[in-house]
Design a protein around this ligand. Structure first.
Ligand code: PRP
Length: 183
């Protein structure tokens, strides 16, 4: 059986590899200035943020701890289930630490707000939120994110870590998925 390439399912490219690299470098610089002389605990929210996280951390020149947590609310579909499930917690003590949560995308805002609440009770010195993409869904009561790569329209995007049913994460750019692929 011949399996089609992920490229064929992309309607249009929103951000190229080059645009992504330039923006990630800018955020890295801002975070380096913000945490100069500190040692933040960088937390990657698997799996979508994996590429953004590793690229971003390499653009930061401060000392840091890196850890990986896993949360999910979408499971297989394009709509949030409304319930966030924490699959893997951090093993690092957050007490008195500057914690930086790194996400790939904010959609309903549920995941980020769940993680912030969860970590706030562990008495960190601060919690900073970073997302590569922020989807303009008009969701009421959504918390603001501290650092954002790009604001995007309310369309289904994949690539650079973002998936549909676990596919397309390996595309090096951000693209809009053709509707017939998920409707
Ligand atoms: C996605 C994404 C964010 C979250 C954003 O995770 O990676 O963590 O959803 O959506 P929200 O703002 O509506 O909560 P997903 O559950 O798809 O898991 P994954 O990262 O493993 O793909």
């Amino acid at each position: 059986m011949l399996i089609r390439s992920p490229e064929q399912d992309i309607q249009r490219i929103l951000f190229t590899e080059e645009e992504i690299a330039a923006r990630v470098a800018e955020i890295g610089k801002e975070l380096s200035a913000r945490f100069a002389g500190q040692k933040p605990l960088m937390l990657c929210v698997l799996r979508g943020a994996a590429f953004f996280f590793t690229d971003l951390c390499r653009k930061m020149d401060c000392m840091m701890d890196m850890d990986f947590i896993s949360a999910s609310s979408y499971f297989d579909g394009t709509k949030s289930s409304g319930t966030v499930r924490l699959m893997k917690d951090s093993s690092i003590d957050m007490t008195g630490r500057h914690v930086v949560i790194v996400e790939d995308i904010i959609d309903t805002g549920l995941t980020l707000s769940y993680l912030k609440k969860l970590f706030a009770v562990r008495e960190p010195l601060s919690i900073t939120t970073v997302t590569f993409l922020d989807k303009q869904t008009g969701e009421p009561n959504r918390e603001n994110v501290d650092y954002c790569g790009f604001l995007i329209p309310d369309e289904f995007v994949v690539g650079y870590g973002l998936d549909y049913a676990d596919y397309y994460r390996n595309l090096p750019y951000i693209g809009v998925l053709k509707e017939e692929c998920y409707l």
